[in-house]
Ligand binder design. Structure first.
Ligand SMILES: [Zn+2]
Length: 455
């Protein structure tokens, strides 16, 4: 096989002296692979050399690990990019996490190429002091598994070495759609098992997962299994509209309708089981122009712009509740909360905790729509709110699998109206004409945001 490949390579190079001249001048921005047939081919061996060079050259931002091995024992390299001198963001909060993989299908080079280019864009940008790249790497961890199917990639085939379609082998409604070669069971293949183990071990908090392919020019969000919109449709529709307004006209659709019904994909697993906002990025509807070398930055420039947008704005791809005011009066508590994120949350609770962190009181469940304000009122019963703190517990997104977060309510927005004052109002002021009037205005003003948020 290797002899045959080398022969094809020689024939191609021999027939194309201008391309060979370009080959000698390949820069970092170009594909590091070699021309085979009509493709530009990055072998696993070349990738292995290159990712190790990245670590040697940029140990401050590149951390290299392996998610496991392919069926034939090749390392599944994960390039982890961030400013590793800082454990947190400059402001002390946790960094956002982005997960990317490429090369499920061994003959879809441009998908693998976009994963490679994404890593390279931030590495080069950091080295050049590019403000956007520096900002991203100070605030984000990028975990990029560039080539998930090295065995299939080496022999230029969609399948892995066991003739399994890896992107039908995940444990989410596995083998429940008309499909070919999904494997003997979910995660029967070491490539998919390794990928899911990595997701569950290192990026459970990811707020973006992009899995890269090629074939048609489209971005697909969940579901592949069902034609219905996913629970977090607001988030996906916002991203679709914002990409179209500001970055690219690339079609962005529900996978089932945009492509065809497909089950056991990494996309549906990433969303349905891990709770990530997930896209399948189909980079192109054609391969490289035969026998030519092209700058990947030019060939995948628009796709890279979309990736930069998704990564730059990753902070918004979840619910972000921010309490505007919390007023305790008698045995009632009124919460005014804004959602700064582009994802809704459905099962939030307000909690009162004592100094030891024990939850003394839980509100009933409430929801806050994406980029919306909600006012809710709860009955607290006889809880003494003098000694303790408030916190919100909620899910980052609507999908059941999404991560729960617990965030303290800033004490500066908490107002406790003393009981004496209550009694004074109740005893002397309630039936006074002026306070009755003020009370009615208050009720009207209080109801309005509630009604708005229901739209
Ligand atoms: Zn594919």
């Amino acid at each position: 096989m290797r002899v045959a490949v080398a022969l094809v390579l020689c024939m191609l190079l021999g027939a194309l002296p201008p391309a060979m001249a370009q080959h000698a001048e390949l820069t970092d921005e170009e594909w590091p692979g070699e021309p085979i047939d009509n493709h530009i081919h990055l072998t696993w061996a070349t990738l292995t050399l290159e990712v190790n060079e990245w670590v040697d050259d940029h140990p401050d931002i590149v951390d290299l690990t392996s998610a496991g091995t392919s069926e034939l024992g090749k390392s599944l390299w994960v390039v982890r990019l961030s400013d590793w001198s800082m454990e947190t963001k400059p402001n002390g909060s946790a960094k956002e996490i982005v997960y990317i993989d490429g090369g499920h299908h061994g003959n879809e080079y441009l998908g693998t190429a976009l994963a490679w280019l994404t890593a390279k864009w931030y590495i080069n940008g950091w080295a050049e002091g590019n403000e956007e790249a520096v900002n991203v790497l100070q605030n984000t961890e990028l975990h990029i598994l560039i080539m998930l199917n090295p065995d299939g990639n080496d022999i230029d085939t969609r399948w892995n070495i066991n003739q399994v379609d890896l992107n039908r082998n995940y444990d989410h409604y596995w083998n429940t759609c008309p499909t070919t070669q999904p494997g003997s069971s979910a995660f029967s293949e070491s490539e998919t098992a390794s990928n899911s183990e990595y997701m569950n071990a290192f990026v459970t908090d990811a707020d973006l997962y992009v899995t890269m392919h090629t074939g048609v020019w489209i971005m697909l969000y969940p579901w592949g299994k069902w034609p219905e919109q996913p629970p977090d449709w607001e988030l996906f529709h916002f991203i679709r509209d914002d990409v179209h307004d500001t970055v690219s006209d690339i079609p962005i659709q529900n996978a089932n309708q945009g492509l065809y019904p497909n089950c056991g994909t990494s996309r549906d697993y990433g969303y349905g089981v891990m709770g990530f906002p997930t896209f399948t990025f189909e980079t192109d509807d054609e391969q490289f122009v035969p026998g030519t070398f092209e700058s990947l930055n030019e060939r995948l420039g628009e796709e890279m712009d979309v990736m930069r947008y998704l990564i730059n704005d990753v902070w918004y791809w979840r619910a972000r509740l921010d309490v505007q005011s919390l007023t305790v009066e008698d045995d009632r508590v009124e919460l005014d909360v804004i959602n700064n994120g582009q994802a809704s949350t459905a099962n939030a609770t307000l909690q009162f905790v004592d100094g030891a962190g024990t939850v003394l009181w839980n509100s009933t469940l409430f929801g806050v729509n994406a980029s919306n304000t909600t006012v809710v009122e709860f009955d607290m019963g006889n809880i003494n709110t003098n000694d303790g703190t408030w916190q919100l517990m909620y899910q980052k997104r609507v999908i059941n699998a999404s991560t729960w977060v617990t965030e303290p309510v800033n004490s500066s927005v908490v107002v406790v109206i003393p009981e004496d004052e209550n009694q004074f109002l109740f005893g002397y002021g309630l039936f006074h004409p002026v306070s009755t009037l003020l009370g009615l205005i208050g009720v009207a003003a209080w109801r309005r945001p509630d009604e708005e948020s229901g739209q």
